[in-house]
Design a protein around this ligand. Structure first.
Ligand code: UDP
Length: 477
């Protein structure tokens, strides 16, 4: 397996690898492309999961792209160029593996490595770490590129994807928001790359996205776009709660709070919000008079993915000497009995699994979304970048497990009253109770899917069978 940089790509690769090793008797080696600012958290994740499950890991230093890519290039561009430039090292690493791998799998940023599979004459599979709705849009993007004139965001109608729920133009995935940007070109290349693989594994499950999975398999247009290749729903693949002997400070604090009383606020591994928005969020939390845990990262300037690829503790966190200037004056003192502020990084799965947590204000990264669902925690959807706007819409409109601010968080500041209203309704209101019941049902369906003979288990078995058929066929040729 080839994993691109970023904990949001690495952790599902590790967990899928773990599942293949423990549940399906497969040997797995993960090639992890690492940037120089890999956090301690990421290193810990790698060592824990590789020690526990016999996954072999080859860490590959990402190529230095500072002279090729503009400093303000979008994350998608940086990731794609980084992966492309690292291909020679990946090729050498794969070629020197003994025994040689039978199958190559990679995430969507690993599309340059499909050429290596072709050279070695081995099957290649893509693991989409997002959901099926995003996969449908992704597969259909090269067609949209030919059909639509001008910027997608200027369209007055919804963007149709055959057989799937349409997408609001302003909610399209990041690289589609500006067709003149380099990121759009690399995104289209990735999309074409996905259709050239021998099959697509998606981090979703049948019950979560039945219509979209059906469209990917049976809609004539989508099917022909992905060349009739099999689509496997293998999720939810995400970190599960495991009790630990030594408790983190934040967990000790949660232990002292009443059941279902705390809002957990976090914007993923790299999400940031502007200074003005941070102040409103702080005011909103305080005014709601509800308990909260807030993973705080210093505010961003321009981009909402400001800290992506640089997760981990930040020296400007609020535990440093004196309160930071991005909170309203006196905020930390006034909320010290009800709030717990964590600088930059927190044990998210442990927090979400805690009985005192009532809701999650999240940027809707797909890993965070799955962790919330599998912990039975309803959400306040606050998307920032990538395909997170689509994820938010799905959570609010289709699954009814989240509320969402009335303004788009990246377009305009969400005001304190709106934040107060959402937090209250989630913790105290009827809406919160209904969403909790809905999300608990989803949690049960996720457990069912992953259990022996559940839909994701069966889908993974099919994937393995198909792999071996292809491997045997390739060996005969
Ligand atoms: N995460 C964490 N602690 C934090 C922030 C993030 O453990 O303080 C983990 C989170 O549990 C999730 C991943 O980082 O598994 C973030 O992935 P996601 O897809 O939600 O968002 P991304 O950061 O890739 O946008």
């Amino acid at each position: 397996m080839v994993s691109s940089p970023g904990i949001g790509h690495l952790s599902p690769a590790l967990f899928l690898g773990q599942r293949l090793v423990t549940g399906h008797n497969v040997r797995v080696t993960i090639l992890i492309v690492n940037t120089t600012n890999t956090s301690e958290t990421q290193s810990q994740l790698i060592s824990t999961y590789t020690a526990d499950t016999n996954i072999s890991v080859i860490e590959i230093p990402a190529a230095d792209i500072s002279s090729i890519v503009a400093p303000d290039a979008k994350v998608v561009t940086r990731l794609c160029v980084m992966m492309r430039e690292t291909i020679p090292t990946i090729r050498t690493a794969i070629s020197s593996m003994d025994p040689r791998p039978d199958v190559l799998m990679g995430d969507i940023f690993a599309n340059e490595s499909w050429a290596i599979a072709e050279e070695l004459k081995i099957p290649k599979y893509v693991f989409v770490t997002g959901n099926a709705w995003f996969t449908g849009l992704f597969a259909y993007s090269p067609v949209l590129d030919k059909k639509v004139v001008g910027q997608y965001v200027d369209l007055s109608e919804l963007v149709e994807i055959p057989g799937c729920k349409p997408v609001r133009p302003e909610e399209l995935t990041d690289p589609m928001l500006d067709r003149d940007d380099e990121a759009y070109r690399v995104y289209l290349d990735q999309a074409v790359g996905m259709t050239l693989t021998d099959g697509i594994l998606i981090n979703t499950w049948e019950h979560l996205e039945p219509q979209t999975l059906d469209a990917l398999r049976n809609n004539e247009i989508l099917r022909s776009l992905i060349n009739d290749k099999p689509v496997y729903s293998v999720g939810p693949i995400n970190k599960k709660y495991e009790p630990v002997s030594s408790k983190n400070e934040v967990i000790e604090w949660l232990d002292k709070q009443p059941e279902r009383s705390v809002i957990y606020v976090s914007f993923g591994s790299g999400g940031t919000i502007p200074a003005e928005q941070m102040k409103e969020l702080a005011w909103g939390l305080e005014m709601s008079q509800q308990r909260f845990v807030w993973v705080v990262r210093p505010p961003s300037g321009q981009s909402s993915d400001g800290a992506f690829l640089k997760p981990g503790p930040d020296s400007r966190g609020p535990n440093d000497s004196g309160p930071p200037d991005y909170f309203p004056e006196g905020f930390l003192t006034r909320t010290q009995k009800v709030g717990f502020v964590v600088p930059s990084w927190a044990p998210q799965v442990e927090i979400l699994s805690h009985t005192s947590v009532a809701g999650f204000l999240t940027h809707c990264g797909w890993n965070s979304t799955l962790e919330s669902i599998t912990s039975g925690v309803p959400m306040i959807a606050w998307p920032l970048y990538a395909e997170q706007f689509m994820n938010a819409t799905m959570l609010v409109e289709d699954l009814k497990v989240a509320v969402r601010p009335e303004v788009m968080p990246t377009k305009k500041v969400v005001e304190r009253e709106e934040i107060e209203r959402m937090v209250r309704s989630l913790v105290e209101g009827e809406e919160g109770k209904t969403m909790t019941n809905n999300v608990r049902r989803l949690k049960a369906s996720a457990e069912e899917a992953m259990s022996m003979n559940g839909s994701s288990y069966i889908s993974t078995c099919r994937f393995i069978q198909d792999c071996w058929s292809r491997v045997n066929l390739a060996k005969k040729q």
